[in-house]
Each structure stands twice: as C-alpha cells, then as structure tokens.
Design a protein around this ligand. Structure first.
Ligand SMILES: [Zn+2]
Length: 245
C-alpha cells in the first residue's frame, strides 16, 4: 500500500515538490506507526512496527530509511568511527546524510550522478573528478551494480582514497559467480535478468571481492545476522565488504 501510494504520488507531482514536502508527508504516515516496540536508529523515532516492503525489508515511516541504511549507520558508529575523517558518500539517503554531516567528520561530501538524491556533487564514478588520495572513507552502497565499467570505477575509488583509507561496498548478491552480459541492455531484459531496470549485473560476494582485489584493494567481509528482537529493524542478514587501500 505504502509503495503504491508513493509510486502514484511520483507520477502526478514533480520530484522537487515531493522532496520539499517529504518531511510533512512522512510525519502524517509515521503517526500511524508510533509505538514502543522498535526504534529507528537513524532518526530516533519510536515505533510499534516498521513498514514491511515486498523486496527491501523494513522501512522507517518517519525518515524513510531502509534496513541496510540503519545497519550502515550502526556499523559506521561501532566499527568504523567518523571523527576527523574526510568522507565521500555516493547516493546518500537524506536522513543518514544529515546525521553524518554532524557526526564529527572533518569533511563530508555527497555525490549522486543521476540526481535522484540531494547531493553536493555529480561525480562520474568511472572518471572521478577528484585529486588522488583525498578521502579516508568512501561509502558506496548499491552503486556498482549500475555501472557498466565497474573495474574502472573500482580503480577510481582506489585512486582517491588515502593509503589506509577504506571503502564500504554493498550490492545485491547471488550465490556462485557474477552474472553479467553486455548484450542484456534493454530495461525490460535487465529487470528480468538482473532484478532491476537499471542494473547491469548481479554480483556474488566472492566475485565482488575478487574484482575489488584486482584493482589493489585488501578486502575483508563483514556479515551481520539480526538479533531475534531486532529493535532497530536491521536486515535479516547483510554482507558488506570493507575494501582498504
Ligand atoms: Zn527513521
């Protein structure tokens, strides 16, 4: 119901208008979910339930954060640390972006090539307009599966990281090998084969890890399984890769 409503709203009103009034619209919806059983760790809203999405798990009605975004925020706080870091964030969801900005980072830069998210820059990940070795931390969640020349993108991420800097990478995953085929190029075929109209492949964890290693990264895996109570509505299971220069 929620998703249908959102898709319908996107059709009849301009994106700009939706962005401007998003807070008010969400506030109305969030009231119906107010409670004490769960809490969104990104916006702090207390909930009786998260909105259950068909494919993406639990959505916060108040800030719109997805399960993976809430987990990313927790992981940044607990395992990575943000203080005094120079951070680049690709296609950042709004609320986590606001929190990151005020988290004690030295500098926080946001970028979105397709202009779907509010961002400071419109960097082309295959040819990043930044000097070498400027970032301590790059967040690249659900981006590489959209990029045709992903090896070039990975090499660019490596180039702009400081030595010892880390890039957090996450995409949808499958078992086995990476599935990609340059001949599958129409939106319909991509939806059928790769799960979304603008995806150009489906990675496996192994495949993505090896590809990141091939451009020079040292890669470690992190897998989380949500606790039974799942107070913050994290993904049931999530694997992310930490690629270090
Ligand atoms: Zn929230």
């Amino acid at each position: 119901m929620y998703v249908q409503l959102k898709n319908w709203a996107k059709k009849i009103v301009p994106n700009q208008w939706l962005r401007k009034h998003e807070g008010f619209l969400r506030g109305l919806i969030a009231l119906q979910y107010k409670g004490k059983t769960y809490q969104c760790n990104v916006c702090g809203y207390a909930l009786r339930a998260f909105i259950e999405l068909e494919d993406k798990g639990k959505l916060c009605p108040n800030c719109g954060s997805l399960a993976r975004t809430r987990y990313l925020w927790q992981f940044l706080l607990d395992a990575i640390g943000l203080k005094d870091k120079v951070v680049l964030h690709f296609s950042p969801p709004k609320k986590i972006s606001q929190r990151l900005k005020r988290s004690g980072v030295k500098e926080y830069v946001t970028t979105d090539f397709e202009n779907e998210f509010t961002a400071d820059k419109q960097l082309n990940i295959e040819e990043i307009d930044e000097r070498d070795a400027v970032y301590d931390l790059i967040i690249c969640f659900h981006v590489l599966e959209h990029i045709e020349n992903d090896r070039k993108a990975m090499a660019e991420l490596y180039r702009i990281l400081k030595p010892g800097g880390r890039c957090l990478v996450q995409t949808p995953f499958k078992e086995g090998a990476i599935y990609e085929d340059a001949d599958i190029s129409t939106p319909e075929a991509r939806l059928k084969h790769f799960g979304q109209e603008d995806h150009v492949r489906v990675y496996s964890v192994n495949g993505l890890e090896q590809r990141l290693q091939s451009v020079g990264f040292k890669v470690t895996r992190h897998t989380n399984t949500a606790a039974a109570t799942n107070f913050h509505g994290f993904p049931k299971q999530l694997t992310l890769l930490i690629a270090e220069k």
